[in-house]
Ligand binder design. Structure first.
Ligand SMILES: NC(=O)c1ccc[n+]([C@@H]2O[C@H](COP(=O)([O-])OP(=O)(O)OC[C@H]3O[C@@H](n4cnc5c(N)ncnc54)[C@H](O)[C@@H]3O)[C@@H](O)[C@H]2O)c1
Ligand SMILES: O=C(O)C[C@H](O)C(=O)O
Length: 308
């Protein structure tokens, strides 16, 4: 199993590290445009192999796509991250060009690749890859909901004063400060609805804290987060590489599901060796449907800014 990660920055390197530590891929290629940068990150990571006990071979290359040839899975993390006070949508001007050219270079050398799009604004970047390549829709996956759901569980566990492993929950919708739809009504602690333990106000607070999870970290760090994003990407890569059929909310191209068309947005999917093997349509109540519709309108507005 060969995995390429384009962008050896904070998220790309974190993702490579988690993939290596889980030791399910034979080879990870890190590619960056900055001379020597990916080579340095790969060497540093390889020097953790004997300490962390993995055999995954990590190599780094400067913009040489021939070294990515035959990749089964590729992750696009290349592009700029936001700074405090910015929205993800403000990154579109620079990141759209980068994502489009990276996707096309990857495809030249790995025509059967499954692509995971991470660069922001992620739902729109995923849509861009759909519109500008002939990769089948099941093989283009946007990573956002897996991260947002991990943050939701963290906030729920805090509110419940419970261990995170007791908690389950999911965030669907667009990966944006306003567009996320944390499914508070469905969240559980050991199969019991969290609404049995938390007031409506406290649950609303959990949802709001979840939605601005990325912005909160960007303010604290001066740039956007990388550990949880890297871990979330590595979980998707593992689900595909190991044919796990695991369910994650991912940005998927919709053709009628959830009443939406011609959009990539976060919905629950099953991930296996064929990428998105199924889009899972769960029952939403009227309030959840309205939030999903509003979220989709926001994503579509950003999509309209694309030029291709
Ligand atoms: N979808 C998500 O949940 C999520 C989570 C975190 C970050 N992100 C996004 O991921 C992107 C990367 O974030 P980061 O913190 O790793 O940024 P970073 O600046 O640390 O790394 C980005 C890397 O991309 C490289 N790069 C730029 N143009 C390139 C090109 N054409 N080809 C190859 N490499 C190129 C840069 O040299 C840099 O090393 C940002 O757009 C950020 O907003 C998304
Ligand atoms: O917040 C960001 O800009 C990066 C990423 O989308 C995140 O949610 O951490």
């Amino acid at each position: 199993m060969k995995v390429t990660i384009v962008g050896a920055g904070a998220v790309g390197a974190s993702c490579a590290e988690y993939i290596a530590i889980k030791d399910f891929a034979s080879e990870v290629v890190l590619l960056d445009i900055k001379e020597g940068f990916a080579e340095g990150k790969a060497m540093d990571l390889m020097q953790t192999a004997s300490l962390n006990g993995f055999d995954t071979k990590i190599t780094g290359v400067t913009n040489d796509y021939s070294k990515t040839a035959g990749s089964d899975i590729a992750v696009i993390t290349s592009g700029i991250p936001r700074k405090p006070g910015m929205t993800r949508e403000e990154l579109i001007g620079i990141n759209a060009g980068i994502v489009q050219s990276v996707a096309s270079s990857l495809l030249e050398h790995s025509p059967d690749v499954t692509l995971i799009v991470v660069s922001n604004p992620m739902d729109t970047m995923t849509y861009l890859v759909h519109k500008t390549t002939d990769i089948p829709k099941n093989k283009i996956i946007g990573m956002g909901g897996a991260l947002d759901s991990a943050r939701f569980k963290y906030r729920l566990a805090q509110a419940l004063e419970a261990p995170i492993s007791d908690v389950d929950g999911m965030v669907i919708g667009g990966h944006s400060d306003t567009g996320m739809v944390p499914l508070t009504r469905h969240a559980t602690r050991n199969s019991v609805k969290v609404s049995e333990f938390l007031s409506e106000d406290r649950l609303n607070q959990v949802a709001e804290d979840t939605k601005v999870g990325g912005a909160t970290l960007t303010k604290l760090l001066g740039t956007s987060a990388w550990y949880a994003p890297g871990a979330a990407v590595s979980a998707l890569v593992q689900a595909i590489a190991c044919d796990q059929k695991k369910m994650f909310p991912c940005s998927a191209f919709l053709e009628g599901e959830y009443g939406l068309n011609d959009i990539c947005i976060g919905v629950p999917v099953l991930l296996g060796k064929n990428g998105i093997e199924k889009i899972v349509e769960i029952e939403l109540d009227e309030a959840e449907k309205a939030k999903m519709k509003e979220s989709a309108e926001g994503v579509s507005k950003v999509n309209e800014l694309l030029q291709f």
